[in-house]
Design a protein around this ligand. Sequence first.
Ligand SMILES: [Zn+2]
Length: 87
Amino acid sequence: MGPGAVSRVPAPCGTPAAYTRHRSHGEEICAACRDAWNVRCREYRALRPVPWKRLRPEPVPVVLTGREAAVLAAHRGGDLVLGDGAS
Ligand SMILES: [Zn+2]
């Protein structure tokens, strides 16, 4: 280790840093770290109230009219004639 090297002392358990370390190492997260993380999250949420997660808009159901359904059926049947004049 040369001069100026940042000491890599792992964060002690019971800190959010240790929680992330557990996670990144794929270790089981101990209760102390979990608590610390929960507290951190609560503080964070208190500071920045997050609005409801934006919901993905539901896809609009496709409702085919009789004619459209007929065209689609013809298309699937392979005998759709293009340019037959939409009405
Ligand atoms: Zn821990």
